[in-house]
Design a protein around this ligand. Structure first.
Ligand code: AMP
Ligand code: FE
Ligand code: FE
Ligand code: ZN
Length: 274
């Protein structure tokens, strides 16, 4: 049986593995194909593509774009995107600015309530990556104001937390259009774990979404079945992956949660159809 993983984060966003570590681990777990889906950046794609070619792994260039829907919690995956596309690059550059502004503003709020956060230190942790709350959480652990990342999110950074600010991003219809204009296929990311997203799927279908992420660690059997049957009825694609963030969220999921290779082929066939 052949397997793949179509949802992986690298150090270019909030994962902890480099492209080389991802490709090595994927090979060790006998995966046949992978996609890198960093948040709002395509900067790890070229390196990973080259490593996959060298090591005999099939590869799909991809991205996970944050959108403004559902209070900024809705993510849309773009597969087979052209990383040189000017419109897509404009969108990711805009997201980079808004991510920096947001994390800087959250640091400011932390200082206002007496927590000595240093934005430059958070930037240093992100090290050029698509900066986000996980990097700020790591800084808070480092300075000893929280015991762990979980507590940083629960008390401060998650929705309802003391310094939460929503991320400025683009509406889903624009995000889907940009993925399409960059030659990609747009897929609704983990609809079963983003609160309110299952009910939003019909709207995404009207906006031209190409498929749904069905196989996902946070989806129970019932949710996966429901997504599969909706996709089948609508003639849409399904995808799946581990959403591995390296060591950032406990055990690395890459190779532990894997998806049948048919799913990779379904995406590849849809992309190569005229
Ligand atoms: P951001 O892109 O800055 O909004 O941060 C979102 C990222 O934070 C997600 O992709 C997860 O990697 C991580 N995250 C979200 N909620 C939590 C949580 N409760 N605990 C740990 N990590 C989380
Ligand atoms: Fe993440
Ligand atoms: Fe996501
Ligand atoms: Zn993800």
């Amino acid at each position: 049986m052949k397997y793949c993983d179509l949802h992986i984060h690298s150090k270019a966003s909030d994962g902890t593995f480099s492209p080389a570590e991802i490709v090595e681990r994927a090979r060790n777990f006998h995966l046949s194909g992978i996609a890198i889906t960093d948040h709002d950046t395509v900067s790890a794609i070229e390196e990973t593509r080259a490593l996959c070619a060298e090591r005999g792994l099939e590869f799909i260039p991809a991205v996970e774009l944050s959108t403004s829907a559902l209070e900024g919690r809705m993510h849309i995956l773009g597969y087979y995107i052209d990383t040189d596309n000017v419109e897509l690059n404009g969108l990711t550059e805009g997201m980079s600015t808004s991510r920096h502004n947001r994390i800087s503003a959250m640091c400011e709020r932390l200082r206002e309530i007496g927590i000595p956060c240093d934005y430059d230190e958070v930037r240093r942790i992100a090290d050029g990556a698509s900066i986000g709350r996980p990097h700020l959480a790591e800084h808070m652990v480092n300075i000893g104001v929280v015991r762990n990342v979980r507590q940083a999110f629960y008390e401060y950074l998650a929705e309802g937390g003391k310094v939460y600010i929503s991320k400025k991003s683009n509406p889903p219809e624009q995000t889907i259009e940009t993925i399409h204009r960059a030659g990609g296929l747009a897929i609704a990311a983990h609809p079963g774990v983003t609160h309110g997203m299952m009910d939003f799927l019909p709207e995404l279908v009207d906006m031209g979404i190409d498929g749904f992420e069905a196989y996902y660690p946070g989806h129970d059997h019932e949710t996966t079945s429901k997504i599969l049957s909706m996709a089948k009825d609508l003639g849409l694609l399904v995808t799946g992956g581990s959403d591995c963030h390296g060591m950032r969220k406990g055990q690395p999921m890459l190779g532990i949660f894997k998806v049948k290779f048919d799913v990779f082929e379904g995406l590849r066939d849809a992309h190569s159809r005229p």
